[in-house]
Write a protein that binds this ligand. Structure first.
Ligand code: ZN
Length: 108
């Protein structure tokens, strides 16, 4: 694995760490939080499928050896909802904005 590359706990995909969400088990409190902090970290693709698997199988909690609160999952689901689900991650890690998503129709 290249330096600065990380692996998703759900699908095992490897990519630059900026492409993933980071969860950190803080030292020494063992509290789990997002994005920043010192301690043991796990990475997850910002994708519904990976989040779903991580939540269902407790991949994050098991990797961190700490309990991941519902709030964390809720925050991540919210991030997914507010980001553009149609955008694609390219191999170089850049996101392609998709303006059509903004005016997407509600499901019928
Ligand atoms: Zn993944």
């Amino acid at each position: 694995m290249k330096p600065n590359h990380r692996r998703c706990v759900s699908c095992r995909k490897v990519g630059p760490k900026e492409a993933f969400w980071r969860l950190v088990r803080l030292y020494p409190s063992h509290q789990v939080q997002l994005d920043r902090g010192m301690g043991r970290s796990v990475y997850l693709c910002p994708e519904a499928e990976c989040l779903k698997v991580a939540q269902k199988k407790n991949r994050l909690g098991r990797s961190l050896k700490a309990s991941v609160s519902n709030e964390i999952y809720q925050t991540l689901w919210q991030r997914l909802a507010t980001s553009s689900p149609a955008s694609q991650y390219q191999p170089n890690g850049q996101e392609i904005p998709n303006p059509n998503r903004v005016n997407s129709q509600p499901p019928i």
